[in-house]
Design a protein around this ligand. Structure first.
Ligand SMILES: *[C@@H]1O[C@H](CO)[C@@H](O)[C@H](O)[C@H]1NC(C)=O
Ligand SMILES: *[C@@H]1O[C@H](CO)[C@@H](O)[C@H](O)[C@H]1NC(C)=O
Ligand SMILES: *[C@@H]1O[C@H](CO)[C@@H](O)[C@H](O)[C@H]1NC(C)=O
Ligand SMILES: *[C@@H]1O[C@H](CO)[C@@H](O)[C@H](O)[C@H]1NC(C)=O
Ligand SMILES: *[C@@H]1O[C@H](CO)[C@@H](O)[C@H](O)[C@H]1NC(C)=O
Ligand SMILES: *[C@@H]1O[C@H](CO)[C@@H](O)[C@H](O)[C@H]1NC(C)=O
Ligand SMILES: *[C@@H]1O[C@H](CO)[C@@H](O)[C@H](O)[C@H]1NC(C)=O
Ligand SMILES: *[C@@H]1O[C@H](CO)[C@@H](O)[C@H](O)[C@H]1NC(C)=O
Length: 269
């Protein structure tokens, strides 16, 4: 090979490397970043808490509230924590385009509107905190689709309608907190399927009917709070079988009959 030809090859290779680098660098924000910008379109951020969500970044991993993890060779968003940022607007369904999302916390803001049905597609979710906002409408039954969900907090909103029967599908559920809403209807019998449930708090709602005896199936139950609802009937003797139950909060209802004697419940009120 002549010197000039070798020189040409070297030059060509050099140009190729630069072109490849340019193409890579101009690829722009990754898809999770784009999904977050879409999510942000429906949010009003009065105090510019999300000011560093910069569309010209390669990944959203340095953005306020965003944490990422490696999924093979890609950085993907696994948690979004936007609590107490004075945000208002809607919870956009696009949030579930983040397929690796395990923690979503938008608590203590002023979000309005419904909890989107698409939340049933956030299939990796383990913790969902929507509490202390102004969400309206019903608790979507598709939440029952989230088989890894361990913590669900909906308290202090304006949710109405019943607790969906599908909640009993959440076999990983440890905490269900939904006090101070406008929830009505009976407690679903399917609750008894929740072997991992430790905390269940639905005080200050309009729940009616009686406590289903199936509650005896919640073997891990520690805290059961029903104060200030429209419940009645007998208190099921099955509570006596729940060895870890220490708090049973029943005041402000119309129960009749006796508190189960055999129990070791520390505080009944
Ligand atoms: C996100 O990462 C930061 C820094 O590593 C950590 O302090 C924070 O707890 C994480 N947040 C969540 C919600 O995982
Ligand atoms: C709610 O958010 C405000 C600021 O937006 C903050 O001052 C307050 O401490 C937060 N409350 C809770 C219970 O986190
Ligand atoms: C946010 O809202 C709270 C009340 O919810 C208020 O006390 C606080 O001053 C507001 N401003 C900021 C910057 O968080
Ligand atoms: C859930 O995702 C599937 C496929 O990813 C899609 O076909 C379906 O429409 C989604 N459902 C909702 C309620 O978003
Ligand atoms: C339930 O989750 C599966 C994936 O785990 C998804 O394919 C399906 O569309 C989801 N259904 C709804 C109603 O969101
Ligand atoms: C919950 O389980 C029941 C019975 O297996 C099933 O019919 C229902 O579709 C499930 N709901 C969800 C939201 O996955
Ligand atoms: C419940 O509904 C009533 C009437 O619709 C309303 O006045 C009240 O403010 C609501 N309460 C909550 C906590 O959403
Ligand atoms: C009751 O609590 C103890 C101590 O926290 C725990 O080891 C045990 O697994 C709990 N029992 C059930 C049935 O969850």
């Amino acid at each position: 090979m002549s010197d000039s030809r070798r020189c040409l090859v070297v030059r060509f290779t050099g140009i190729l490397v630069i072109v490849v680098l340019l193409v890579y660098a101009s690829e722009g924000l990754n898809s999770d970043g784009l999904h977050l910008l879409e999510f942000k379109k429906f949010i009003h951020d009065e105090f510019n808490y999300l000011g560093n969500w910069n569309p010209s970044d390669q990944t959203p991993c340095g953005w306020i509230g965003v944490n990422c993890t490696w999924n093979y060779y890609n950085l993907v968003v696994d948690s979004l924590d936007l609590n107490s940022m004075n945000l208002s607007g809607m919870l956009s369904a696009s949030i579930c385009s983040l397929v690796s999302l395990t923690i979503l916390d938008v608590s203590n803001n002023s979000f309005t509107g419904n909890i989107p049905k698409e939340i049933g597609n956030c299939s990796r979710l383990e913790s969902l905190y929507l509490n202390n906002n102004q969400f309206v409408g019903q608790i979507p039954s598709v939440l029952g689709n989230l088989s890894f969900l361990a913590e669900l907090n909906l308290c202090n909103n304006m949710l109405s309608g019943p607790i969906p029967e599908d909640l009993g599908n959440l076999s990983s559920l440890i905490q269900f907190v939904a006090y101070t809403n406008n929830i009505t209807g009976p407690l679903p019998r399917s609750l008894g399927n929740l072997k991992n449930l430790r905390i269940f708090r639905v005080g200050q709602n309009g729940i009616s009917g009686s406590i289903p005896s199936e509650i005896g199936g919640c073997v891990g139950l520690e805290y059961f709070g029903l104060a200030q609802n429209g419940l009645g009937g007998n208190i099921p003797r099955e509570f006596g079988m729940l060895g870890n139950l220490t708090e049973l909060i029943l005041w402000g209802n119309q129960f009749s009959g006796f508190i189960p004697k055999e129990s070791e419940i520390v505080r009944i009120s």
